[in-house]
Design a protein around this ligand. Structure first.
Ligand SMILES: [Zn+2]
Length: 251
């Protein structure tokens, strides 16, 4: 059993016994791990209160070679997510970042770039970043890094460019926009406004930070939630818990 070190975000915590916790950590170097934190519920534990949902920690753990839980031996707090105390909206958006990390990734599949994007999203939610913009940017970034980005400019059926004018067909099962030739006969097709498609394209573009200047109009946010909630639920095979909350942000 080798002792491994990494930066990690606490994405889930479950009480294991009167004194211990089982934690899901999204680590920068090893991807998602499940670890037992013995004694973490004692007032004076080796973890010094670092294990808190959405905390960023520097952890040391013993990596088990079987599918047993890893053993967490140390966790030093780097940054606690504090926004929950002043704004529940920010807290729930933070939970959504954690839910996506937990649900979209597999144990032992590291994605340092996704870790960095998540840490940045949490810092911005904890600060003054726009909740809808930060959440949408993180969703698109996670989909891109994990190879699930829907096609937004080219028809997912034939590859022809699809111009964002009027209303654009989006195939949930195909995973992207459809040209008029490819649309007939497809199941689970919704139509998105041109503005909705352009908004998605803007937030999906990894080459620029221009999304920061983009506001998501409440009407467009509502429309995009309909599309993305459906798309993510298909991808995960279940409805993410926080989707209901995200819908309320538009109101
Ligand atoms: Zn086509």
């Amino acid at each position: 059993m080798a002792a491994e070190k990494s930066l990690a975000i606490v994405v889930r915590m479950v009480e294991f016994s009167e004194t211990s916790l089982v934690v899901s950590l999204f680590t920068r170097d090893f991807g998602k791990i499940g670890a037992l934190a013995k004694g973490a519920r004692r007032p004076k534990s080796a973890f010094e209160g670092a294990l808190d949902l959405l905390s960023v920690c520097r952890v040391v753990f013993l990596h088990k070679s079987t599918d047993a839980l890893d053993l967490l031996t140390e966790a030093k707090l780097v940054r606690r997510f504090r926004a929950g105390a002043r704004d529940l909206t920010r807290l729930y958006a933070g939970y959504y970042v954690a839910e996506l990390l937990d649900e979209l990734t597999h144990p032992g599949d590291p994605h340092p770039d996704l870790y960095d994007a998540a840490e940045q999203a949490l810092a911005e939610l904890d600060g003054a970043g726009s909740v809808t913009a930060v959440a949408l940017r993180f969703e698109m970034t996670a989909l891109r890094i994990l190879g699930h980005m829907p096609s937004l400019s080219e028809c997912v059926g034939c590859g022809k460019p699809v111009e964002a004018v009027g209303r654009v067909a989006f195939g949930m099962l195909e995973g992207g926009v459809l040209c008029p030739d490819c649309r007939p006969g497809k199941r689970q097709v919704v139509s998105i406004s041109a503005e909705g498609v352009k908004t998605l394209q803007g937030f999906a573009d990894a080459t620029t930070e221009a999304w920061r200047g983009q506001t998501v109009h409440p009407k467009i946010w509502g429309e995009l939630r309909g599309v993305l909630n459906h798309y993510l639920a298909n991808l995960l095979g279940k409805k993410p818990k926080l989707h209901e909350f995200l819908g309320t942000l538009a109101e």
